[in-house]
Write a protein that binds this ligand. Structure first.
Ligand SMILES: Cc1cc2nc3c(=O)[nH]c(=O)nc-3n(C[C@H](O)[C@H](O)[C@H](O)COP(=O)(O)O)c2cc1C
Length: 225
């Protein structure tokens, strides 16, 4: 696959993986090319922990799940989602969530199953490789540009993964527990977690992986003048 349109149009977030780590040489190839992502003043604000060590991933995931069970809502460096959801974004979020639960035959009111499904984020959806992307806290104190740059870097990773026959799931769920991730990974004090990306081999038999939420038309998102 080498057409950018094809790659972009065929990518979707996958939430079930085969238990197979991504070989280090492929990780390096992807991360080297992703480093070509442009950034303001060529700052290259991303610092990536590429983790395939099973016990480390389990340690991080278990710590987050424990925090959730203890009633911790978040423990984060940055606030990813809006504090107050407004339409049309609120409606899009509801429609997207409802579509996934409908596909998985989970009742809208079955909160326990929904929480269990969310916790799957922290079991890395069965994948064995996860990229955790940090930036220096100094980059995001009173400034947001580095977050934009790291977002573009995220898309580069996801598209390059497709090119390598891999799939991904970006995770803001870890953003919400970024301080726990940082603590468990023992990263230097100056780093803040922005997000993670699960990367691996899609389980093609998993129903959840057939979910492809639609996008609104250009009439709702673009103004041509
Ligand atoms: C920054 C970011 C964070 C996300 N966080 C999560 C997450 O924590 N868990 C999850 O299952 N999906 C997560 N997603 C996936 C979105 O739900 C998904 O991109 C969106 O519904 C569109 O679907 P698609 O990626 O399949 O096209 C995230 C996406 C982005 C871009």
């Amino acid at each position: 696959m080498s057409n950018v349109y094809e790659i972009i149009n065929s990518r979707s977030s996958k939430r079930a993986y085969l238990p197979k780590p991504v070989p280090k040489d492929i990780q390096e190839k992807i991360l080297k090319a992703a480093a070509q992502t442009p950034s303001g003043a060529n700052m290259q604000p991303w610092i990536t922990y590429a983790i395939s060590d099973e016990s480390t991933l389990k340690k991080v995931g278990d710590a987050i799940i424990k925090a959730m069970d203890d009633g911790v809502e978040n423990d984060q460096f940055i606030q990813y989602y809006p504090i107050e959801w407004k339409n049309p974004y609120k409606k899009r979020r509801v429609v997207t969530g409802a579509g996934l639960y409908k596909l998985m035959e989970v009742d809208r009111k079955d909160n326990d199953t929904r929480i269990e499904m969310w916790k799957d984020n922290f079991r890395w959806f069965g994948a064995k490789t996860v990229f955790f992307v940090f930036t220096d806290k100094a980059n995001i104190e009173g400034a947001q540009g580095a977050i934009l740059d790291c977002g573009a870097y995220m898309q580069s990773i996801m598209l390059l993964a497709k090119e390598e026959g891999l799939d991904t799931c970006p995770q803001g769920s870890t953003t919400e527990f970024g301080r726990i991730v940082a603590r468990e990974l023992n990263v230097p004090e100056n780093l803040a977690l922005l997000y993670s990306v699960v990367i691996g081999y899609e389980d093609k038999d998993a129903k959840i992986n057939s979910y492809q939420p639609e996008r609104v038309g250009l009439d709702e998102s673009v103004i041509f003048i």
